[in-house]
Design a protein around this ligand. Structure first.
Ligand code: TRP
Length: 457
């Protein structure tokens, strides 16, 4: 039985957990990051490598994290300490907590942009956006101003703090339960509209047309980072969520279900963005603004475009919120469990500090030249954080999580946790080979190639 700990909380039901974990996974990673990475890295080649990594690395790591979390009932640092007492393994958890904090610090900026777009859609600001140029101007006007992005980031961080403050089943579960299915339906409608735009099929060709010659080390590391980022893996978010999961639940089917929905939503986002983009004659490698600039053209091709826009941005805000919640929860649960803080103090303090770290990213989109694209490694500050933490740190985190489960804690102990309550884990053999050999070797090989080519960004 689970020790009932009111400061930590628990998920009330299996359906609630799947939706909360899916809520963590589904977010800007799917709608914003996936299309912009796919566009930047040549389309179909990236998409195929990404899909292979979801199956061969993402699903094994999601199971590894959930089993660590549920077996230990702890935050990422406490979990490693509980399962490997007296070792240096808790350092991996600490890296994860740090990484969650750093990802939240740029994620909340982009989430702030979605709030800005929600405002625009509510006040009719998107209805005049009939051409790509107008859309581009609206976007750069919003994110390039000095104060607005900071205010939007602060507003989003406040929303996150308020929900995390409410605790796991109060805030997180209730919000996810209703809205994620609605989001799914809206995306399907938008995808159908976009695919039937004149010229849209070219976009589908870009997204799914596979070309070997486009596969480079950069494409491969970006696809790996994207698979992990999108599934919320590599820093212990699923360890934390697993720790709130009752022992009777089936980790294997829950994990696989989350991976399936998360990946479907990313592909749906691609199927919305690229046909619309090609129909409007835009550039797939446009970078972080891709989704924001493209979406209004899809709405304007639909009847009731204002309503569709409002629905889309409301749901995107909520999808982003269920993700920022999970990031902040990782950091907060560490301070509650390991440092004895109260939930309220931890949430407010850490949320405020993270907001401060977000300010340079908020200013990096034009307001402050030396943080922008030309100032830094050919990438702006937000993008640098995105790549360092979202690709490299998560890959290294996933590597250590696999090594821990495969070689230290042990496949047998992890499998016992997964099978707890008599659940059938039919993929045990395959999972064991993937966690022990395939995942670690794949990540090491990719990182080795990157170091060899020194082409980090
Ligand atoms: N997966 C989320 C998204 O796709 C982002 C996210 C939430 C995340 N928690 C995480 C990424 C933990 C990595 C690790 O938007």
């Amino acid at each position: 039985m689970i020790p009932e700990n009111l400061e930590r909380g628990n998920f009330g039901s299996r359906f609630g957990f799947i939706l909360a974990a899916a809520g963590s996974a589904i977010g800007l990673g799917n709608i914003w990051r996936f299309p912009y990475f796919a566009g930047e890295h040549g389309g179909g080649a990236f998409v195929l490598v990404y899909l292979v990594f979801v199956v061969l690395i993402g699903i094994p790591v999601i199971l590894a994290e959930l089993s660590i979390g549920r077996a230990s009932q702890k935050n990422p640092v406490g979990a490693f300490r509980a399962l490997a007492p007296g070792s240096a393994w808790p350092v991996v958890g600490l890296l994860g907590v740090t990484c969650a904090f750093a990802i939240l610090a740029f994620y909340s900026v982009v989430a702030g942009w979605t709030l800005g777009y929600l405002y625009e859609s509510l006040t009719g600001g998107l209805s005049g956006v009939t051409t790509a140029e107008k859309s581009e101007a609206l976007f750069s006007g919003m994110i390039g101003s000095p104060l607005l992005p900071i205010g939007l980031t602060a507003a989003f961080m406040l929303l996150t703090v308020v929900v995390v403050r409410g605790g796991v089943s109060g805030g997180i579960e209730r919000a996810s339960k209703i809205l994620m299915p609605v989001f799914f339906v809206l995306l399907v409608v938008l995808a159908v509209r976009s695919m039937t735009l004149p010229g849209g099929s070219e976009g589908l060709g870009f997204l799914f047309g596979f070309d070997w010659s486009k596969i480079t080390v950069k494409v491969v590391i970006s696809a790996l980072g994207q698979a992990l980022f999108s599934l919320s893996l590599g820093l212990g978010a699923m360890i934390t969520y697993g720790s709130y999961l009752p022992r009777r639940e089936n980790l294997w089917t829950s994990g696989a279900t989350v991976a399936f929905f998360d990946t479907s939503i990313a592909l749906l986002a691609g199927v919305i963005i690229f046909p619309a983009l090609f129909a409007a004659g835009g550039d797939p490698a446009a970078g972080p603004g891709l989704v924001f600039v493209t979406m209004p053209t899809v709405f304007n091709a639909l009847p009731g475009s204002t309503l569709v826009g409002v629905a889309f941005y409301s749901l995107l805000v909520i999808a982003a919120l269920t993700s920022t919640i999970s990031l902040l929860e990782v950091v907060v649960s560490y301070f509650i469990d390991e440092r004895g803080w109260g939930r309220g103090a931890a949430t407010w303090t850490l949320g405020s500090l993270c907001f401060l770290l977000a300010v340079p990213s908020a200013l990096s989109q034009g307001a402050f030249a030396s943080l922008s694209r030309d100032g830094l490694l050919g990438r702006d500050f937000l993008d640098v954080q995105n790549i360092v933490f979202g690709n490299y740190a998560l890959s290294i985190g996933a590597l250590f999580i696999c090594l821990f489960v495969g070689w230290r804690w042990g496949i047998a102990a992890a499998a016992r946790e997964i099978e707890h309550g008599g659940h059938l884990f039919s993929m045990k053999k395959a999972w064991s080979v993937l966690v022990r050999f395939v995942c670690p070797l794949a990540v090491l090989t990719i990182l080795g190639f990157i170091i060899y080519t020194q082409d980090y960004f």
